[in-house]
Structure formats: C-alpha cells, structure tokens
Design a binder for this molecule. Structure first.
Ligand code: UDP
Length: 223
C-alpha cells in the first residue's frame, strides 16, 4: 500500500518484503529506481518539481525517515516498519552472498565505498567482488560511469551522491545503465565503512536515529 505525504509517495513495506520485491525484479530484469524517503525529501520536493516527479515515478519509495512513521501514526494509517537505507544495504549484501547477485557501489568520498565493500565482503562470505567507483553526479562523469556499470553488469547499483542529486541522477540515466535495481542510498557507505557511527540499536529502535545523527553531525542542524 502507498501513502502520500504532501504529494510524495511512501510505500508501506517491510525489509523482508523489500528483499522479495528486489528478487522478483532481478528475475524479470525490469529496470527499477528505489528511493529512500525521509522528511527532508518531502520538504525539498515541495519547491523542486523535478525532484517531486522523480519520486512519483520511482518504482519503490521506502519509508526511511522516522518522521514519516510518526506522521502516518498521527493520521491513523501507520506504516508498519522503518526501512533504513543503511540496514537495507547490509541485508542486500547478505542476500547477494546466497543468491550470487553482483553489486556496484557508486559515489561517496574517496575510499569510502571500497571500505564499505571490504566490510561487507568480510562479513558475508561468498559475496562476489563488489565493483566500486568514485565519481560525481556531474554530466562530465556520466559517460565513464555508464561504461563502467555496463561492463561489470551488476544486478544492483547503489548510488551515494546524497539527495536529491542521486535520485535525479538515477532517473536521468536508468535507461542507459542496464541494471535492474538502482537505489539512492545517501550516507549508507559512510555508516557501513565505519567512517560515521550509527546510533546504538536501542536508539534506532526508539526512533531517534535522526537525533543521534544531529549530535554526530551538528552542521546538519538546518536540514
Ligand atoms: N556524495 C558524493 N558526491 C557528491 C555529494 C555527496 O559522493 O557530489 C556522497 C557523500 O560523500 C556521502 C553521500 O554522498 O557519502 C551522502 O551524502 P549526505 O550524507 O550529504 O546525504 P544524505 O545521507 O543526507 O542523503
């Protein structure tokens, strides 16, 4: 089921259902864009019509922000589970190790995607080599990214350019990449590589991971 927050769609989906959904789409080789929605996305989309239409066109809009869960409760139509991009990437790597899916990590600061890939490969034995690439969402980099992705033929491409740049980038190039599943993952590689610490599990469960992030990265206060 899909909820709408100020015109932005958010799907009522769990981690388990998301992984099953991804598996089905890989099997039929359908090109899908997945967005990880939080309240910042909803606010930003209010005065960026292109961003709004990208979110409306995406195949799946995951409920990544706790504010969305609280808003859905206030409206009496609660979303069942928060699907955090970082946790999902970990679960995708776990499933990839058993299914043989190929992964490609694009973006993040120098060395970070590579470190995240190494972390996941030592955690999940059997995971195939993960291709990584440092690049920017600028038009100058597009050609070489597309070439690299097409050459390594991943099943899932994870893009860390931050929002909304990553989501606009995926929408623009999805038809050229030839990859079934493409997800904008924000800061996921920073967390998985250990470069940025995630909130303790209890804080995550209580729904205050965003507050921990504000404490850890105070320059984000305005966001
Ligand atoms: N990033 C990047 N290129 C850019 C902008 C951002 O590789 O031009 C990376 C950044 O290093 C980080 C990720 O995108 O790993 C997410 O950035 P941010 O934390 O600002 O995004 P959010 O998680 O808030 O969407």
């Amino acid at each position: 089921e899909r909820r709408i927050f100020l015109s932005v769609p958010v799907d009522d989906i769990t981690y388990t259902e998301t992984l099953e959904w991804i598996e089905q789409k890989i099997l039929i080789n359908e090109f899908c864009q997945i967005c990880t929605i939080n309240p910042e996305f909803v606010i930003a989309a209010q005065n960026q019509s292109r961003f709004l239409s990208v979110l409306q066109r995406a195949s799946l809009c995951l409920p990544d922000g706790q504010g969305l869960l609280w808003a859905s409760q206030l409206h009496g139509v609660p979303l069942r589970e928060r699907v955090a991009g970082t946790t999902l990437v970990d679960l995708i790597a776990k499933r990839a190790a058993s299914k043989g899916w190929r992964l490609f990590f694009l973006g993040a600061a120098p060395g970070v995607a590579e470190l995240a890939a190494d972390t996941l490969r030592s955690k999940y034995h059997g995971l195939a080599k993960i291709h990584t690439m440092e690049a920017s969402p600028s038009i100058e980099d597009a050609q070489s990214i597309i070439q690299n992705v097409r050459d390594s033929k991943p099943d899932i491409l994870l893009v860390a350019f931050g929002a909304p740049a990553q989501d606009l980038w995926i929408d623009r190039y999805i038809q050229y990449l030839g990859t079934p599943i493409i997800i904008g993952v924000g800061g996921a590689f920073d967390f998985i590589s250990g470069r940025t610490k995630r909130a303790p599990i209890l804080v995550q469960r209580l729904g205050f991971e965003w507050l921990h992030r504000l404490w850890a990265q105070p320059w984000r206060w305005k966001r």
